[in-house]
Design a protein around this ligand. Structure first.
Ligand code: CMP
Length: 145
């Protein structure tokens, strides 16, 4: 059964362009619950570790540099089928391949500066949520009832 949680980051470029509000509005419109959220400036160490699966790839150093160039909004999003539904909402990694109306099509500048990150599997979603948030920083829907 697909999981109820995914992890997202609004990247520094989208933050600089004042797209935090519009992106969060689209997330709300699609009925994702924001279960956790923080506004932080990643250290080199954090960015390197978060993207360690890409270590050694030609874009790794520049990705780390970009991801540490300003603050990001990190969040845990909750919804049935969260990973897949959020990937539909954000569109393809490369904004020129992203469908009309998706977050990346609307707000990304390039493949590297692609506005948002979204987990690509339930397993990665769990790891990425744990990377940023302790259990005390999470407020899933059932705790709000
Ligand atoms: P993200 O979903 O954050 O996961 C890894 C990131 O690496 C990806 O979004 C892109 O921003 C970036 N990326 C992936 N492939 C490339 C590439 N070929 N060139 C530059 N950046 C890339």
């Amino acid at each position: 059964m697909p999981g109820r949680f995914t992890f997202t980051m609004i990247k520094p470029g989208a933050v600089r362009n004042e797209f935090i509000g519009p992106i969060l509005a689209m997330i709300n419109e699609k009925k994702f619950h924001i279960a956790a959220m923080k506004y932080i400036w990643l250290t080199q160490k954090e960015a390197r570790e978060f993207y360690s699966v890409h270590k050694g790839k030609p874009f790794y150093e520049s990705l780390v540099e970009f991801m540490t160039s300003g603050p990001v909004v990190a969040a845990i999003l909750e919804k049935e089928n969260a990973v897949e539904d959020y990937r539909k909402l954000i569109g393809a990694t490369n904004p020129i391949e992203a469908e009309e109306g998706t977050i990346r099509r609307l707000f990304a500048e390039s493949l590297e500066k692609n506005a948002v990150h979204g987990s690509d599997s339930d397993e990665n979603a769990i790891n990425e949520c744990n990377f940023f948030f302790s259990k005390y920083e999470r407020f899933p829907m059932e705790d709000l009832k």
